[in-house]
Design a protein around this ligand. Sequence first.
Ligand code: SAM
Ligand code: SF4
Length: 326
Amino acid sequence: MSELVDPFGRKIHYLRLSVTDRCDLRCQYCMPEGFSDFEEPEDWLSFEEITRVVRAFAELGTHRIRITGGEPLVRKGIPELVEGLAALPGIDDLSLSTNATRLRKLAGPLHAAGIRRLNVSLDSLDPDTYRRITKGRLDKVLDGLMAAKAAGFAPIKINMVVMKGINDHEAEAMVEFCMEHGFTLRFIETMPVGDTGREASAQYIGLDVIRARLAERYTLTDGHLSGGGPARYVRVNDSPLHIGFITPMSQHFCDTCNRVRLSADGTLYLCLGQDDHYALRPLLRAGIGDAELREHIAHAISLKPERHEFREAPGKVVRFMSMTGG
Ligand code: SAM
Ligand code: SF4
């Protein structure tokens, strides 16, 4: 079996799968309020097409898949998709990113289908602030989170995008919440992806500031939590709590990038912070064979750019984060 290696020697073994660009929330850094210019359903890859692409990636050495969106759980039948993906030889790590609004009903079926690791967006524990950031209801999300905990997902990682003057004062409250529930906490810097991301970047705060503030209250020990991703983790006091800092702006991590992203319409995006992409849907619908599909994927990987340019060229990425799933 051949491997996917990009021109900079990075092995690509992680595929993020956006199954829809739709969402039931409108997080201010992600999707504009009132936005509804979504992909048409006939342009979405079907579950069969998605599974075929994932099989091809698996044959090329990819073993980790994260299902994301938009909000993946607004698309019907995700547990069935997961079951199909879990059965593919070579796929040994299936995870999901969600805003948790629909987890109360879906946590059990998703766990039964084969998802084990869960990332949940949660930017505030205050209902008013939560609504201000996301236009959604905090109680629904907390219900969903508790259902996920009861269903046995491990780990559950809370993703908090930290914005100055909006929710940065809640960092300590989120630490306490995650400690209480056994969740892992990850703070994320705002990225200038889409107009929404650029506007929210006015509230950018470097995570070094948050880390320094937490260090006044807790003992933070550099710790390694193997997530295979960009977060740098610390352990808090002697507790099992790990906090990750995801710092695409203040300290980029492109030299260890191991991933590409497939959007709902079957476009392979080669970097979160660049426009380089490769359209697979027309090829799939033109009836290419499996060997050809693998060749196209390998060719796409040969076009992966070296790094994002969020700082040097913050106006570059016009698509919203909801198209590629972060
Ligand atoms: N709807 C799911 C969710 O919210 O977890 C999955 C998709 S969402 C696009 C994935 C992650 O991207 C979330 O953790 C979200 O907070 C993050 N995100 C979206 N826009 C962002 C931005 N401009 N800067 C930093 N993170 C962003
Ligand atoms: Fe939806 Fe996730 Fe974007 Fe929020 S971050 S609008 S939940 S896709």
